[in-house]
Design a protein around this ligand. Structure first.
Ligand SMILES: [Zn+2]
Length: 214
């Protein structure tokens, strides 16, 4: 199942704009929640509204007749990477009709940054079981470093596989990506410099949805 990246995930697009700590009031329940927990929803009945993920999920569940769906607020979880560094993951649950996605992300200046993971499951399935599968996925993701520090700067590690996320680079205005590798932002230019250690070699580039296993 793929997240259709439709209207309900519009806060993904906002992440590059909202760079400072902000809280926004949900127009349905009145709670003040962090911007990363807000969804802008437009419907014929209500027009444009700003809802928290929980209220949005409840409306999607009602529209989709998903009576078994129950939104769960997950507390942050702290996990160690392979160097012993601790990462605190926050969670966001998004129902999009045929599936439910749980996103895990770190926070920098109160907005999602660093390591990010996602899992998609049955909207009427056990969300706690889905969360435990997501945590196992995070553990696998944290078990390897793809970049290492060498005398000439950061380089691709000896296993010669790099996994990461493709993001928007404000400085490039969309003409080049900003990668996130090992939870750190790496510009396309920096990554190109690392690749130059392998001049004359071949490479294989495989692109997958964030919810898939790399
Ligand atoms: Zn709400």
């Amino acid at each position: 199942m793929q997240d259709p990246n439709g209207l309900l995930s519009s806060n993904r697009m906002k992440k590059h704009v909202v760079m400072q700590s902000q809280r926004t009031r949900c127009e349905s329940c009145g709670r003040s929640v962090p911007s990363y927990d807000i969804v802008n929803v437009t419907s014929l009945e209500h027009g444009g509204r700003t809802l928290c993920n929980e209220c949005c999920n409840k409306e999607v569940a009602a529209l989709g007749d998903l009576s078994m769906f129950e939104h769960v607020r997950f507390e942050p979880v702290r996990l160690a990477d392979c160097t012993g560094a601790i990462h605190e993951f926050h969670f966001r649950t998004r129902l999009f009709g045929p599936g439910v996605a749980i996103d895990a992300f770190e926070l920098v200046d109160n907005h999602p940054a660093g390591y990010r993971f996602e899992i998609i499951g049955d909207p009427e399935g056990d969300l706690l079981e889905l969360l435990s599968r997501l945590i196992e996925k995070i553990r696998r993701g944290l078990s390897t470093k793809h970049l290492i520090d060498r005398d000439l700067g950061q380089q691709i590690a000896n296993h010669q596989i790099v996994r990461g996320e493709i993001g928007w680079d404000e400085a490039e205005g969309g003409s080049g990506p900003l990668l996130t590798i090992d939870g750190h932002e790496i510009t396309w230019r920096e990554f190109g410099r690392m690749l130059m250690s392998f001049e004359g070699w071949q490479f294989k580039l495989e692109i997958k949805d964030k919810s898939e296993e790399l």
